[in-house]
Design a protein around this ligand. Structure first.
Ligand SMILES: Cc1ncc(COP(=O)(O)O)c(C=O)c1O
Length: 403
């Protein structure tokens, strides 16, 4: 049957999302791999009440076909929210509800990329975005990150050499997988570069409300004067991923193209869920809920940062996230994080993480790894990091013996 499949779906080429979370059944297993939110913090009772309210209010009509763009009340609430926290002035008509942020990435790729089109991504990059982009067979240009976001000099150099780059994908707030946040100055300069070199920016920001040090920075979209930035976010990390609800903000031709491909993909969003989320937002203070989340996640982040300093060998480097779920660890160049995980760290220490390879479009970086602290209590983070630190020390000393 393989000869009948589209190249983009060839099962012999594994998806960037495949095999990420090796299963370890040991009692001692501690996994720093999944970037899932902590389900003990899900507002289940309030959401259940909101579903009842939505059904009571709209009755059978709630279950009827609606519009491709999605629930108008929720779109207005989101337009207000991005104005308040992101300094983006927009209207409900510019908001499109999506099946998680993931569908937003897919819709943007579908609207913009022909096979072979040039796409710039900051690296390392969110694995799910690479998996989505891969299906459209782009020509990738990897642009490295620095401590305050994408390396704009490297980006400009790439743009000079490849002026046909159409789209840049970035996660500016508490980036997955590094935890890095782009400075406000860089956000402004990035839009200026997009205007100069004529490309679209996809600003993907599901973690922007989960800052542990300061309020969210202005969205990149707030500096957009030509309608070339698409803002994308999601309820997955601030409410629950099972709602499968994200949203994007776009203008003009981009908005029209996204609505066109959206209609062909699935006709419309899940109106029942969206009406329930709208009822939840009316009856509850989302910012108060987010404050509660950040208090918990901040403690987990603190435990992780403390453990990195206390237990990791001095030969490794790591990021210091000011929000979000992730830390990025760079090992000496001759160590392969994937090999180490399979051959020693998982079997001997029952610790898992995600090795670097899948976060690079060409799968060509091996000496780094992503640690997630979002699903673990501080004690488990401490215990797991101590074991991981010991394994890394042993691996480094085995390859760099002290003479
Ligand atoms: C950067 C980024 N974008 C998008 C997503 C997709 O999330 P969802 O589809 O659940 O909104 C994730 C999920 O982890 C993510 O980290």
């Amino acid at each position: 049957m393989k000869n009948l499949l589209a190249t983009r779906a060839n099962p012999d080429v594994s998806s960037a999302l495949a095999g990420l979370f090796p299963h370890d059944t040991s009692d001692q297993a501690i996994s720093f791999a999944p970037g899932s939110p902590n389900q003990q913090l899900f507002p289940v009772a309030a959401m259940q009440a909101a579903f009842n309210t939505a059904i009571d209010q709209a009755g059978a009509g709630l279950f009827q076909y609606q519009t491709a763009q999605g629930n108008a009340t929720l779109r207005q609430q989101l337009a207000d929210r991005i104005h308040k926290w992101g300094q983006v002035t927009t209207t409900a008509d510019n908001v499109v509800l999506t099946v998680g942020g993931q569908q937003g990435i897919d819709l943007v790729a579908k609207a913009l990329l022909n096979p072979g089109d040039e796409l710039a991504v900051e690296t390392p990059a969110y694995i799910g975005a690479l998996a989505a982009f891969d299906l459209y067979q782009p020509r990738y240009h990897a642009v490295p990150l620095t401590t305050d976001g994408i390396d704009l000099n490297a980006l400009e150099d790439t743009l000079r050499r490849h002026p046909k780059i159409k789209l840049l994908y970035t996660v500016p707030d508490y980036h997955n997988p590094t935890g890095i946040t782009m400075s406000t100055t860089k956000r402004q300069q990035l839009v200026a570069l997009a205007n100069q070199y004529d490309f679209v920016i996809l600003e993907d920001t599901p973690y922007r409300d989960l800052g542990y040090e300061h309020a969210p920075l202005p969205a990149i979209k707030s500096f957009d004067t030509q309608g070339r930035v698409i803002f994308l976010s999601s309820f997955s990390k601030i409410l629950m991923p099972g709602l499968r609800t994200g949203w994007l903000v776009a203008d003009g031709d981009l908005l029209a193209a996204i609505l066109k491909v959206r209609l062909a993909s699935d006709l419309e969003a899940n109106n029942v869920v969206h009406a329930a989320i709208a009822a939840y937002l009316t009856a509850n203070d989302l910012d108060e809920h987010i404050q509660n989340l950040t208090q918990h996640y901040r403690r987990q982040r603190d435990a992780m940062v403390h453990a990195l300093a206390a237990y990791f060998p001095e030969e490794v480097q790591y990021t210091r996230p000011a929000g979000g779920f992730f830390d990025w660890v760079t090992l000496p160049a001759d160590l392969d994080a994937g090999e180490l995980l399979t051959h020693t760290i998982q079997p001997q220490a029952h610790i898992t993480y995600v090795p670097a390879t899948n976060f690079y479009p060409n799968r060509d970086v091996h000496n780094a790894l992503r640690l997630s602290y979002s699903g673990l209590a501080p004690q488990a983070i401490d215990a797991g990091m101590r074991r991981l630190g010991d394994e890394l020390k042993a691996a480094i000393h085995a390859t760099h013996p002290v003479v």
